[in-house]
Design a protein around this ligand. Sequence first.
Ligand code: XUL
Ligand code: CO
Length: 474
Amino acid sequence: MKAPKILLLLLLSLQVIAYTVIADSQTCPATNIDSCSDGWEGEFFPGIPQIKYEGPSSKNPLAFKYYNAEEEVLGKKMKDWFRFSVAFWHTFRGTGGDPFGAPTKSWPWEDGTNSLKIAKRRMRANFEFINKLGVDYWCFHDRDIAPDGKTLEEANANLDEVVALAKELQGNKKVLWGTAQLFMHPRYMHGGATSSELGVYAYAAAQVKKAMEVTHYLAGENYVFWGGREGYQSLLNTDMERELNHLARFLESAVAYKKKIGFNGTLLIEPKPQEPTKHQYDWDAATTANFLRKYGLIDEFKLNIECNHATLSGHSCHHELETARINGLLGNIDANTGDPQVGWDTDQFLIDIAEATNIMLTVIRNGGIAPGGFNFDAKLRRESTDVEDLFIGHIVGMDTMARGLRNAAKLIEDGSLDELVRKRYQSFDSEIGSLVEAGKADFEFLEKKVKEWGEPKVASAKQELAEMIFQYAL
Ligand code: XUL
Ligand code: CO
């Protein structure tokens, strides 16, 4: 072999060794788990920088084009309007598996097991992700973050171990909401709080008790009840009244326990019409509000509105948010979207700017949603398999909401849309209209008025004009 060739080979092999050393010190490969367990302080996302705002002209996929955390819109910083949160279950437990196919993601920190050791590595990856993305919150189910156990005691001990690490790593980050996973284990096949089995009701209570404790410990600001299996498959074998009574008792106990442990977070119910059950009891915002009123729980709970759940129930996300708002129940948003051509809960990152603008119109009218926030209950598509895709999904989701906020602020500052709505109802601003609104105009009085006024003039609804004004702001 000639001298230059030997030199080249030598250089190349030196480079390979150098890369191996750098890679070893920067990443935590699953093949070398023992070298980077508890005390390890390397990076899980070595090629990914801190995500920064670069403005709308940037072409960098790893930068914000519209979300500028510190910028003020309508007197509030963007980060305070949104209080963005990463959903642990999608980002760190999503595998890409579906009923037809095996998992597609092979994240470098995973080894295919559900061990405590891997749970801890995921938690480290979670905080590196949150820090690099620049969000302040995260959300979890108890069983996402720690392995289940053969007994409640074993499951709780696993949870305690991972939660202790999360507390240590968390710094000034907080839990937006925690929850108990009452749908995966076969014991919950008939539901948790609405199971036909007393033992299961009790198990669900014990699991929620523990999940509330750890949410409180991790500075959680809210706690969520999503009743995936609180519903029925057939009314022929279901005592619906009894199940709903049980659900109310369960939620009453949660309120009592919250007070007992001094947890000041908001309790949230997340409506969804179906999936996995055929009919879920918390069908939509109006159904849930009625349930809460009937059982005297309306002052103890708010709603966590998820956009994909809204469309599954035949509403728009805007409709569900407005229903929650006008009932004083808007607590949190699970920011995602479905696919208009697909019927199920696809949990995609929301990228529709018009929808984001509608959402933000409601949020602004509500004066914000703190102590709630925007939780990205959204997952990568099965076919998206690069680690950087996790960042890109969240970045585009945050940028979309930021565009929505900017547009909604423009519409509110412009005032034409509000004026159009005000004008539509101006006949009620009259003296007689005020009597109607105050409940002081009975049918006989109104009949007299009809005889006096004759046939009413009915004005145009101006829908196209409203849509034109809206569309100009996008
Ligand atoms: C399921 C869903 C859940 C809840 C928490 O559709 O949205 O992830 O947000 O249990
Ligand atoms: Co959700």
